[in-house]
Design a protein around this ligand. Structure first.
Ligand code: SF4
Length: 372
C-alpha cells in the first residue's frame, strides 16, 4: 500500500521531521492510473507532488493511528474494490476520494463503512475539465448533485483553483455545490515536475484568498457577489482567520500540500492574528493585464490594490534613452489607481525622455486597462 510521506513519518513507518504534522492519514489505493490528468505526474511513485512510499498493507494496519482523526483513501483509476475491502479494517472514520462513475460505486463505499465520499471535480468548468482532466465534468457534477441529496453531509469534492477559471466561475460552481449539499475543499494549482502543466504558474495569491473568502461566505448562505470586468471578486468583507485554513473533511489539514510553510495557500492550523491580517491584505491584491494599440502596441502587466504594487510595461514602441521605461515603471509603483495621478506621473517622466509610438495619454489608457 502506498502511504503519503508525512503520514508514513507520523505512523513510524519511516524517519523524518515535520513542521506541521498531518491530522488525516493519506493512503493511495490502486496501482497505476489511466486518467492522465495534465496537472499530475504519476511517475516513480510521485503523485501530485507527493511521495508515496510503499509498505505492506499488514504493516500499515498494525501501525499506530494515534495523532490522526481520519484516514483518506485516495483512489487512482483502479482500486475501488481494494478500498471497499480495506475500509472495515481501519480504526478511524474513512474518507474515500474516487472519481466514481456510477451511483452504485458511491452506495458500495457507504455500505462498506465509508464516512465520506469525495468525487473530485478538480476543474471549475467543463471546458477546463476537457483540457486538463479528459472531461467528464458534467457527469461527475450530476453524480455529486445526486449523492449530495442521497447522503446529506457526507459528500465532498475538490476544486483546484488556478487552472484558468475566473473567480466568478469558481464562485458560481461553489454556489451550485452548496445548493446540492456538497462540501467543497480548495487546492491551489501546483505545477508538478514532469507533468504536462509543469511550466504553468501557481494562482495569484490574491485570487486564491478571494475564492477562499467567497467559499466561506457561500457556506454561510451569502450569494450576492460583485465583480470587475475580469470576473475578479470585489468588496469582500473581513472574515475570521479559520477561513484561510485547509478546507475539506473534518480533521483534514493536508500540510503544505499546495504551498510552502513560508508561502501557504492553506494554513494547516489556525492562523495567528498576524497571518490573518496578511491573508486579508493579500485578498485585496489584484493582477491585471492589458494590450493597448496606440501608434505602437503597449502591453501592461500590473499587480495592484488601491495603488500600483508592481508593473511591467512592454511593447514595440521606443523610448530614448531606454532607461526611461524603467524610470516610468518605478515612478508608477505606489501610485494610487487613479487616472489623473497615473497620467501626471507619466507626463512628468516624459519631460526627460523621448517616446516614439505612445504618449502620456495612451500609456495611461493602457495601464487603466490593466488596473480598472
Ligand atoms: S478533504 Fe481531505 S480527507 Fe476529505 S477527501 Fe479531501 S483529502 Fe481526503
Amino acid at each position: 500500500m502506498r502511504v503519503a510521506v508525512g503520514t508514513a513519518i507520523i505512523m513510524g513507518l519511516m524517519n523524518g521531521k515535520m513542521d506541521s504534522p498531518p491530522t488525516t492519514a493519506h493512503f493511495l489505493i490502486g496501482e497505476g492510473c489511466d486518467y492522465s490528468c495534465a496537472y499530475c505526474s504519476s511517475k516513480d511513485a510521485r503523485i501530485a507532488r507527493i511521495d508515496w512510499p510503499e509498505f505492506p498493507v499488514e504493516k500499515v494496519l498494525a501501525s499506530s493511528f494515534s495523532g490522526f482523526g481520519r484516514v483518506c483513501l485516495q483512489l487512482t483509476s483502479f482500486g475501488l474494490e481494494e478500498a471497499i475491502g480495506l475500509i472495515g479494517e481501519i480504526p478511524l472514520p474513512v474518507s474515500v476520494t474516487v472519481r466514481a462513475e456510477k451511483k452504485d460505486d458511491v452506495r458500495k463505499l457507504f455500505s462498506a463503512g465509508a464516512d465520506r465520499v469525495c468525487v473530485p471535480l478538480d476543474a471549475c468548468t467543463p471546458e477546463i475539465s476537457e483540457k486538463v482532466c479528459r472531461g467528464g465534468f458534467v457527469k461527475q457534477l450530476e453524480l455529486l448533485e445526486w449523492a449530495g441529496k442521497e447522503f446529506p453531509g457526507k459528500i465532498a469534492t475538490h476544486l483546484i483553483i488556478g487552472l484558468g477559471e475566473t473567480e466568478r466561475e469558481s464562485v458560481e460552481l461553489l454556489k451550485k455545490l452548496k445548493y446540492s449539499g456538497v462540501y467543497a475543499g480548495l487546492f491551489a494549482f501546483t505545477p508538478a515536475k514532469g507533468s504536462p502543466l509543469e511550466a504553468m504558474q501557481k494562482p495569484h495569491i490574491g485570487a486564491y484568498r478571494r475564492v477562499q473568502i467567497a467559499r466561506y461566505l457561500i457556506m454561510n448562505g451569502y450569494v450576492d457577489f460583485s465583480y470587475n470586468s475580469r470576473g475578479q471578486l470585489l468588496r469582500l468583507p473581513e472574515v475570521p482567520g479559520e477561513v484561510f485554513m485547509t478546507s475539506g473533511c473534518p480533521d483534514c489539514n493536508r500540510p503544505y500540500f499546495d504551498g510552502s510553510p513560508s508561502k501557504p495557500y492553506n494554513y494547516p492550523r489556525k492562523p495567528t492574528e498576524k497571518e490573518r491580517t496578511l491573508a486579508l491584505g493579500q485578498a485585496k491584491l489584484y493582477e491585471g493585464q492589458s494590450i493597448y494599440k496606440a501608434q505602437k502596441l503597449i502591453k501592461v502587466k500590473a499587480e495592484y490594490s488601491d495603488k500600483i504594487e508592481r508593473i511591467k510595461i512592454t511593447g514595440d514602441f521606443f523610448i530614448h534613452p531606454e532607461e526611461g521605461l524603467e524610470e516610468i515603471e518605478k515612478k508608477l509603483v505606489g501610485c494610487p489607481v487613479e487616472k489623473g495621478e497615473i497620467m501626471a506621473r507619466i507626463a512628468d517622466c516624459l519631460t526627460r525622455f523621448e517616446a516614439f509610438g505612445f504618449d502620456a495619454n495612451s500609456l495611461t489608457e493602457a495601464i487603466m486597462g490593466a488596473v480598472a
